[in-house]
Design a binder for this molecule. Structure first.
Ligand code: HXC
Length: 526
């Protein structure tokens, strides 16, 4: 080859190289400068900025950067953006491999078309094959209208993966903008949903379609703002102040989760001594069953210091759920909270706790249950809305769970709720009770009014007769001793020893093996 030809070739190669550089530069401009500015003005980060925060420094590998849509209708042939509105890839979060996709609202409002969906599916499949969590940062108007049925098909392909990989790898969604249609159904199937104050909205259809279909006038906030999903609908699990806080919280959640169903959650050595006595429990849990207390204070006192990470804190607060560490091991906490509705179980709290118990069971996280429950909430509102079917979910979830199950009965454990809340009968491995525990069919007053009604009515002094029966009932039944005599509880312990005893149980159950009978799958009442 002559010298001149070589020079010519080098020039050509350089220009190919330059094409790549050019394309890479274009990628950074996303849907355009003005759109990026609008995103920032609204207090939102861009899809790329979010990923930069999520992954350890320089640890994100993007794939499918040059994918484009291939439709021509509605003048779309001229409107193409590299990457097609979603950034997908993988990298390390706290040194562990994680996969992610981040929807770009600056490109067609983050709406999903055929190629966009293919990218998301590819990353899902890679995450599953490598047994790694997948994080979806959602900021999307749903199905890309111009792509018609291709978009619907794309969503179907994603939903399928959400379901097939459910229980295989943890799936986490953040809603970081106005998300509608398919953009909320995929997150709904994932394990946890994060929202951001002031910028997150979730609805099947937005206010305008709602008005056209039902004549109902409603704002975005009222229809599906963060408050609605954190407090009313129970759709979301965590609320963040802003995008940065949201990403920080996702990283924190990941620190409690194993990478997949075959691994254990990460162990982080704790500085909190295993043999720490929790003296404050003596006063935190009043002996008088009618005095309320916030169970969060009990949880925080018992688990490794500052390790409790509450899930769905604003929803169905009569039950508290969350992750924590004990002796450095990750545990799932389920606790009745007497500070709300006296800690009764109702539809919302049953469903909230059932889903959490099932998550823990999927991912090898031992469940610690703190019980103080006067029963299921009575009334037509509950009955007509299906407390029978929906309360049964919690029972089902506990009975089905094969991870280590440790239960502490703090005070009341009445009736069906006693059985449901991780009882021995549902194969809890270790059941402990405090001396003030009351394990009975119901509280003394209710019981006496039923079984001694005639005696009370025919007594010359009904009031003192009733009191006498109540005292007798309390002495005979409202205590832990009958259950202890039957072995329904393993031990009655001092409040200050709760942490020590739970940690010992956790160590003992480390290699627990339990299997359900062979079947295709159970049929939980939905
Ligand atoms: C194509 C879309 C889009 C969509 C938004 N855009 N949604 N393009 N398909 N679904 C575009 C807009 O045309 C606009 O483009 C840009 O994105 C930003 O949108 P705005 O409306 O200006 O933003 P904002 O005011 O913030 O409102 C956001 C929104 C609203 C609330 C998401 O755009 C909206 O209501 N979109 C439609 C939501 C919806 O009903 N989706 C359901 C689709 S059906 P320009 O070029 O003007 O900036 C579905 C079914 C799946 O998802 C079913 C699976 C089972």
């Amino acid at each position: 080859m002559s010298g001149e030809n070589i020079k010519e070739k080098e020039k050509k190669q350089k220009s190919k190289y330059e094409i790549l550089l050019e394309k890479e530069k274009k990628l950074l401009s996303a849907g355009g400068k003005d759109k990026i500015e609008k995103q920032h003005k609204e207090g939102k980060l861009t899809a790329r900025e979010r990923l930069q925060l999520l992954f350890d420094d320089g640890e994100f590998e993007e794939i499918d950067r040059f994918v484009e849509h291939r439709i021509t209708e509605f003048g779309m042939g001229d409107k193409k953006f590299l990457g097609d509105g979603v950034i997908v890839g993988y990298g390390k979060v706290d040194g562990r491999l994680v996969f992610a996709f981040s929807q770009d609202f600056t490109v067609f409002g983050g709406s999903l078309g055929e190629m966009f969906a293919k990218k998301v599916c590819k990353i899902f499949d890679m995450a599953a094959k490598t047994g790694s969590p997948i994080i979806g940062l959602n900021d999307s108007g749903g199905a890309r209208i111009q792509e018609g049925v291709l978009s619907l098909g794309g969503y179907g392909d994603i939903f399928l993966r959400n379901v097939r990989y459910s229980g295989v790898i943890p799936q986490i969604s953040a809603i970081m903008g106005p998300c509608a249609g398919g953009a909320v159904y995929s997150p709904a199937i994932t394990d946890f949903i994060f929202l951001v104050k002031k910028t997150s909205y979730m609805f099947i259809t937005g206010p305008e379609v709602t008005k056209a279909a039902t004549f109902e006038e409603v704002t975005k906030e009222e229809l599906g703002g963060p408050e609605i999903h954190m407090e009313k609908s129970g759709v979301a699990h965590f609320l963040a102040e802003n995008d940065e806080d949201c990403i920080e919280k996702i990283r924190k959640l990941l620190s409690y989760l194993p990478r997949n169903y075959l691994e254990d959650p990460p162990f982080i050595p704790s500085e909190d001594p295993e043999n720490r006595k929790v003296e404050e429990l003596k006063s935190l849990i009043p002996e008088d069953p009618n005095v309320a207390f916030d169970v969060r204070e009990v949880i925080n006192a018992v688990v490794d210091r500052d390790s409790f990470f509450e899930v769905q804190s604003g929803y169905a607060q009569n039950i508290v759920i969350g992750f924590a560490r004990m002796a450095g091991k990750v545990v799932g906490i389920v606790a009745n909270n007497p500070a709300y509705l006296a800690g009764c179980l109702d539809i919302n709290s049953s469903e909230k706790a059932a889903r959490f118990v099932r998550f823990c069971d999927c991912f090898n996280i031992p469940i610690i249950t703190f019980v103080d429950v006067p029963g299921f909430l009575p009334g037509t509102a509950q009955e007509h809305n299906g407390i029978i079917r929906r309360g049964a979910k919690l029972l089902y979830a506990y009975a089905e769970a094969t991870v280590p199950k440790i239960t502490l009965i703090m005070r009341k454990a009445y009736g069906g709720a006693y059985v449901v809340m991780g009882s021995r009968h549902l194969l809890a491995d270790v059941v402990l009770a405090l001396p003030q525990a009351e394990i009975a069919v119901m509280g003394a007053e209710g019981a006496v009014d039923i079984i001694f009604r005639k005696e009370i009515q025919s007594s010359p002094d009904p009031k003192s007769a009733r009191e006498k029966f109540i005292n007798e009932y309390k002495n005979n039944f409202a205590n832990p001793w009958k259950a202890a005599a039957l072995g329904f509880i393993d031990d009655v312990i001092k409040p200050e020893d709760v942490r020590i005893k739970i940690i010992k149980a956790l160590h003992t159950l480390e290699d627990k093996v339990d299997k359900l009978p062979p079947k295709k799958h159970g049929n939980i009442p939905l």
